[in-house]
Design a protein around this ligand. Sequence first.
Ligand code: GAR
Length: 189
Amino acid sequence: MKRIAIFASGSGSNAERISTYFAENQSVSIEFFLSNNPTAGVIERGRRLGIPTVIFDKKTFSKTDKIVNLLQNQEIDLVILAGFLWLIPENLVKAFPNKIINIHPALLPKYGGKGMWGHFVHEAVVEAGEKESGITIHYVNEHYDEGKVIFQATCELVPTDTPDDVARKVQALEHIHFPVVIESIIAEQ
Ligand code: GAR
């Protein structure tokens, strides 16, 4: 049995998608969600899905071993970041080498780094007049959006696309590919 924990700061549509994808899979279990945001949509999704959400604050996350201890005590095999906005501290990266996976809503190395999340990414992509965007799934290290790339998928953009249009195209790619890529990572472990 592979045990997964999913971090999310916002709506949690990817967290839900991953959870429903593996719901019938006897060898993968989504143990819990974790969020820094007590009003995040992911909490309600978790309630609906029967998956508990652990809420934590900045100090607990960045300055203590509590989250690392929780993940280790619960024998988590793979940590997924699905719209999680805080930098992962060194103790967590070291405790789960090559076992923390992030999804980024653009084609890294473009449009990554601190402050590049959600709609800010899509606004920058439209502003630059890009002809395509997409998703990047990558391993996580101590720097924002710099870990080794595992998978990318692209979508075409047209000049009339607004940031919301780009967001919709990118989210469709995320929901299709993220669970499948996670499944293939699990198969290789
Ligand atoms: C997703 O588009 C994800 O790629 C992005 O946040 C969104 C979360 O959506 N992540 C980042 O921007 C990280 N830099 P969701 O809450 O509906 O899954």
